[in-house]
Design a protein around this ligand. Structure first.
Ligand code: ZN
Length: 111
């Protein structure tokens, strides 16, 4: 989904630092959807919720793959808000993952 980019978890426009604990790798598409967001609405409750922080939180506590490995589901308010805010199941991502599954590259064996 494009080249990997360095994302500022807490955006520079909101005073986020260039220190490594504020940086993560994100694909171009996710990074574009994230932009300067740090919160998003949980689609279940409508409550504004902090987005997933890959430096401080564990993926497997907040997300799960669908049984076919193609869709990402949020398990928590944070997970659900992140799936929506970053549009993690956008048509391009779903198409790419479907091909990764066919190739045997996906889903990852551990999180
Ligand atoms: Zn991505």
């Amino acid at each position: 989904m494009g080249q990997m980019q360095v994302d500022h978890i807490w955006p520079k426009v909101k005073g986020g630092s260039d220190e490594v604990d504020n940086l993560c790798l994100a694909c171009e598409l996710c990074n574009q959807y994230k932009w300067a967001k740090t919160t998003g609405p949980d689609p279940e409750s409508g409550q504004e919720t902090n987005l997933f922080n890959p430096r401080e939180q564990q993926w497997g506590k907040h997300f799960v793959w669908s049984t076919d490995g193609i869709l990402i589901y949020g398990l928590t308010a944070c997970g659900r808000a992140t799936v929506e805010a970053l549009r993690l199941n956008n048509p391009l991502a779903v198409t790419v993952r479907r091909n990764w599954v066919i190739a045997g590259w996906h889903p990852p064996k551990s999180n």
